[in-house]
Design a protein around this ligand. Structure first.
Ligand code: ADP
Length: 303
């Protein structure tokens, strides 16, 4: 069983279902509104826990009802929440997700407590990182907390996985150099590499660029096309997606990352198998609405 520390965001998601996205200045009716647990960090932690990982979480919520409820949700999935700070001076993070009839989404997030994770808090919880096989981070928390976490991981030979989302304008060198496995989607990869991704040749060119920055493994999620991977100087390939009818792609990438990390061996030898597993788990997520409720348990499928 892989031990996984997630350093990341916890959000209260409000999902709004509409026929189409509203244009600027337009007012439209919603078919349905609901709230769920979300945040890329929390989603990835839950995906890992539901798929066999032993997971601990480092992050922050506000000292409010929403924060308590979200931490309870993590505990219901068996996640160790001792590394979550309850802050008096910040609101719990939130996200507003619009999903149209094609299953596409657009998301506005308010960072709140997620942006207030201090280096002291990371250091106080360093054991959760140093006793893990993998530490996973995204970019919905402040960058200094990620930098500090990856610094601890590197010293202890814990492999670091970075999901560079939301797509950054600028990724600090210290974080990139301390990243073992980078997992962007195509749009995030375009932003980071500066290469427009249209085909596999572009993916290979972008992979070269990412490897030159010091990242050994690149995995790019390609939506309904599956996932591309490249291990520097070793091998590359595409693992196809499972053919399903997607209704809401929220948390597809998060499910992929958590499920993948829960299956990946430290020597990376089973990388294709772990990617196939991540693709399968994500293919179930896209057939359901919402973020956390949509994330499957390994007992729901075989591959
Ligand atoms: P993100 O949610 O970060 O934008 P992607 O859209 O690339 O990420 O999706 C992540 C993973 O989810 C893909 O690699 C794939 O395995 C799965 N997936 C996404 N969309 C579909 C789909 N329409 N059909 C089947 N699998 C999908």
């Amino acid at each position: 069983m892989n031990n996984i520390a997630v350093v990341g965001s916890i959000n209260l998601d409000t999902t709004i279902r509409t026929e189409n996205f509203p244009k600027p200045g337009e007012t439209i009716h919603s078919k349905e509104v609901f709230t769920n647990g979300g945040g890329k960090g929390a989603n990835q932690a839950i995906a890992a826990a539901r798929n066999g990982g032993r997971v601990s979480f480092i992050g922050a919520v506000g000292n409010d009802e929403g924060g308590k409820a979200l931490v309870d949700l993590l505990e219901q999935d068996g996640i160790n929440t001792s590394g979550i700070d309850h802050l008096d001076n910040a609101r719990t993070g939130s996200a507003y997700v619009t999903v149209d009839d094609n299953g596409e989404n657009s998301i506005v997030i308010y960072g709140g407590a997620n942006q207030e994770v201090t280096n002291e808090h990371i250091l106080d919880n360093h054991q959760l990182i140093s006793t893990s096989d993998y530490v996973i981070a995204q970019l919905e928390t402040n960058l200094s907390s990620i930098e500090k976490s990856f610094e601890i991981a590197q010293k202890e030979s814990v492999l670091t996985i970075l999901n560079p989302a939301p797509a950054p304008e600028f990724l600090p060198e210290q974080i990139v150099q301390a990243t073992d496995i980078l997992v962007p989607n195509e749009i995030e990869l375009e932003t980071i590499s500066g290469i427009k991704i249209a085909d596999e040749e572009d993916l290979l060119a972008a992979a070269e660029k990412i490897h030159e920055l010091g990242v050994r493994v690149l995995i790019v999620t390609l939506g309904n096309k599956g996932s591309f991977y490249s291990i520097s100087g070793e091998k590359t390939g595409v693992v196809p997606a499972f053919k399903v009818n997607a209704v809401d792609t929220t948390a597809a990438g998060d499910t992929f990352i958590g499920a993948f990390a829960s299956k990946l061996s430290h020597d990376l030898k089973n990388i294709e198998e772990a990617i196939k597993y991540g693709n399968k788990a994500a293919s179930l997520t896209v057939q359901r609405y919402g973020a956390q409720p949509a994330i499957p348990y390994d007992s729901e499928f075989t591959i």
